[in-house]
Design a binder for this molecule. Structure first.
Ligand code: ZN
Length: 328
């Protein structure tokens, strides 16, 4: 695998960037900090290591009912489920990262959205970038959010009409829809299908936000003109996001400890607030090169329930999931 390419793509791709039983009951696991006299080696290690390292070491989800815990950039995922790596209208990229996990509502969303997007765009399907780690939590590189199993990056590059090899999924570079100046879309590859793609995501009721590069947002404002632009309020500009859109779901009903994001401001976002993104100093910011990571968070920066999730027994990957994935 081309590690350099993968890292570059990871940094540029994400800046901030199955049904399961529904219950509010957390996994009942004794918290290691509950008795100060029982300091263990495990506890000392957990105090010293970044939370991103601890969570990335967990290769399987926790036992327990599915639940998104905490805030998108400061939380974790109990009872995560795996999106099959190959479906009729989707394929997961960068399999080596083991980030195709999410709350069941995210997996169900992707399985439902993929054929809708294919139909709306006339394409074969969608390519899935990062979701969450098996237990969510901070990631060692690439994102601030994606911690609660409710965020997914979906590439603008359409899925090809064949099953990609594992090597291709590691190395293919996502196509950038934004021109070099950062102020316009790249007319050579931008098309009406991209508008339909983003719109289809924004129109799904469980979607909280769709984050795209400001140049893409500006183009949406332009092409939609005097049409009904109510769907565009959820589509918000953010750094990066020139080769994928970031779709974020609302807190699920089964997750009382999931912290909702403030509602999007009213209006379609095609106002002067958009101009800010094209200021020279903003365009010069190379945010992905020095930010966009949650790698520095410690375990005690997360909700206490995340310690239980981290230390919970693993749930083996189900045969059903294996069969559905078709690749592993
Ligand atoms: Zn993202």
């Amino acid at each position: 695998m081309n590690r350099g390419l993968t890292i570059v793509t990871a940094l540029s791709a994400a800046l901030i960037c199955a049904a399961a039983a529904k219950s509010t009951a957390p996994v009942h696991v004794p918290l290691p900090r509950s008795n100060p006299l029982k300091t263990t080696e495990n506890e000392n290690q957990q105090d010293s290591k970044p939370a991103s390292v601890l969570f990335s070491e967990k290769k399987l989800p926790s036992l327990g009912r599915a639940m998104a815990i905490g805030y998108y950039p400061r939380g974790c995922l109990q009872g995560g489920v795996e999106l099959p790596t190959t479906g009729p209208t989707w394929q997961v990229m960068r399999l080596s990262r083991n980030r195709n996990w999410g709350h069941p509502e995210l997996v169900e969303f992707i399985e439902r959205f993929a054929p809708l997007a294919a139909e709306a765009t006339g394409r074969k399907g969608i390519l899935i970038g990062d979701m969450a780690q098996p237990r969510g939590g901070p990631l060692p590189f690439g994102h601030k959010s994606h911690q609660t199993g409710l965020d997914v990056d979906i590439w603008f590059m359409p899925m090809p009409d064949r099953v990609l090899s594992q090597e291709e999924r590691e190395n293919i570079r996502a196509s950038n829809l934004v021109a070099v100046d950062g102020k316009h879309v790249n007319d050579e590859i931008w098309s009406a299908a991209d508008v339909a793609f983003i719109r289809t995501a924004a129109e799904q009721p469980e979607v909280e936000r769709v984050l795209v590069n400001a140049a893409i947002k500006k183009e949406l404002c332009r092409v939609e003109g005097n049409n009904d632009r109510s769907w565009m309020s959820k589509v918000r500009p953010w750094y990066g996001h020139d080769d994928h859109m970031h779709v974020r779901l609302k807190c699920p009903a089964d997750s009382p400890n999931c912290e909702a994001q403030p509602a999007v401001p009213g209006g379609d976002g095609c106002d002067k607030s958009l101009d800010h993104w094209f200021a020279d100093w903003i365009l010069r910011l190379k945010i992905p090169e020095f930010g966009g990571s949650s790698a520095g968070l410690k375990l005690n920066n997360l909700p206490p329930a995340c310690i239980a999730v981290l230390n919970a027994a693993a749930r083996p990957t189900s045969a059903t999931t294996e069969e559905r994935s078709g690749l592993r």
